[in-house]
Design a binder for this molecule. Structure first.
Ligand code: NAP
Length: 251
């Protein structure tokens, strides 16, 4: 596995964990972390990084060839479906092995009040008239709710939205909190009646889900997009094991 080049599609805590662990476990490996560039304050992954799209499947395939990538680890967000789909197609085309690191989705606890939605559009339609909704979704997705001028929306995202929000809504530019207490205070303060969330999984943004449980608030939970089949690791540790086995076979 000497000098093998791993492309790590990043943007999650799991990707950060892998960026730290890969060079320790495999000292000869060259790792490039790739970020979409959607947020301005990228943390230093500790390995060489590149930022911005590749230019679709063709651009990614060209990158794999030019940079002699020997393994792709797709550790993007579960809702970064376009990137994950492109990675599968480019990997197949260029015959580069791929591992997808996919953290398990959240499961409803007995006392949770979840309403499943297959898409943001469906979630927007499920909100009752005059709901006071905490829209804890991304800047791209918020557009699906903008026609719901009959509700109050508290929209939280990291970077400003691409489309204007109804004037009586509030916008909070912040990262999610893992703390149920912090999220409880926000939900109480804004008299929120519904939480809309992507089923992201993990702990970093679980605070709002735990807070909704504590306050007996309904959560409209948007399911993950479908992705093409690929070898899946459920954790950074499992991805490391799978990488070891693939790289061993190549050497
Ligand atoms: P997306 O719809 O899958 O990606 C759109 C395009 O962005 C991709 O086709 C690719 O452009 C580029 N891209 C995405 N991730 C990349 C990466 N790691 N390296 C290089 N290019 C990348 O995903 P998204 O628009 O980034 O996000 C969709 C949802 O996922 C949102 O809800 C967002 O909040 C959430 N999310 C995403 C990330 C992430 O790292 N992507 C992190 C946290 C949350 P080209 O086709 O030009 O290659």
């Amino acid at each position: 596995m000497t000098g093998e080049h791993v492309l790590l599609l990043a943007g999650t805590q799991e990707a950060r964990n892998l960026a730290a662990a890969l060079p320790v476990t495999f000292p000869d490996l060259r790792v490039t972390a790739s970020f979409a560039g959607a947020v301005g304050d990228l943390p230093d992954p500790g390995v060489p990084a590149r930022v911005g799209g590749f230019g679709g499947v063709d651009g990614l395939a060209a990158f794999l060839k030019e940079r002699e990538v020997g393994l792709i680890v797709d550790a993007t967000h579960p809702f970064a479906a376009q990137m994950s789909r492109n990675a599968v197609v480019a990997a197949e085309r260029m015959k580069v092995p791929l591992i997808r690191l996919e953290r398990p989705p959240w499961q409803a606890a007995a006392e949770d009040r979840w309403l499943p939605a297959a898409s943001m559009e469906e979630a927007a339609g499920l909100l009752p008239e005059e709901a006071r909704a905490f829209l804890a979704i991304g800047r791209k997705e918020i557009g699906a709710f903008a026609t719901r001028t009959d509700i109050y929306g508290l929209a939280r995202m990291i970077e400003p939205p691409q489309t204007p929000l109804p004037p009586h809504w509030d916008l909070v530019l912040a990262r999610p909190s893992g703390s149920a207490e912090t999220e409880c205070a926000l939900l109480r303060d804004r008299r929120i009646t519904h939480v809309v969330s992507k089923n992201s999984g993990g702990t970093a943004s679980y605070g709002k889900i735990a807070a909704a449980r504590m306050l007996k608030i309904q959560v409209i939970m948007v399911s993950r997009p479908e992705l093409p089949e690929a070898p899946v690791a459920g954790s950074a540790a499992e991805a490391l094991e799978m990488a070891a086995s693939i790289l061993k076979k190549k050497s």
